[in-house]
Write a protein that binds this ligand. Structure first.
Ligand SMILES: [Zn+2]
Length: 132
């Protein structure tokens, strides 16, 4: 059983289209200039609807994390134990994902990481992280 994939919406389709090209793009408010993630129609700071999709650096640091040891949903059981990390990107927004190729005991707050793109499955390339 394969883990469920995100279903692109009108708001986040540009994010997934960029990920397929190997680009991490974030919404940036055209009025106040602040980045936001997850994608959404309104700026959470000034409520503007105007935004651009900016190429992000792909770098950030682990803000917090957890190790999932189970129980979990059946499609994720083969991955146990696995981590879930909250990465604070250099653009100032949080991004929840997984840190690849890193033993649980080596994950720590402040660890520098960079984005990588998982091989596409059904047209979706998930954004993951590795140590920078
Ligand atoms: Zn704004």
């Amino acid at each position: 059983m394969q883990p469920p994939l995100p279903q692109p919406t009108r708001d986040n389709a540009p994010f997934y289209e960029a990920a397929l090209r190997g680009e991490l793009r974030l919404q940036r408010c055209a009025d106040c200039g602040r980045f936001r993630h997850y994608p959404r129609p309104l700026c959470p700071h000034c409520l503007s609807r105007e935004h651009t999709w900016e190429l992000a650096s792909g770098y950030g640091e682990v803000y917090t994390w957890t190790i999932v040891r189970g129980p979990t949903l059946p499609p994720f059981e083969p991955q146990l134990p696995y981590n879930v990390v909250d990465v604070l990107l250099d653009e100032g927004v949080h991004f929840v994902s997984q840190l690849l190729d890193c033993p649980p005991e080596e994950i720590r707050a402040g660890l520098r990481v960079r984005a990588v793109f998982a091989p596409p499955v059904d047209g979706i390339a998930l954004v993951k992280f590795v140590r920078a």
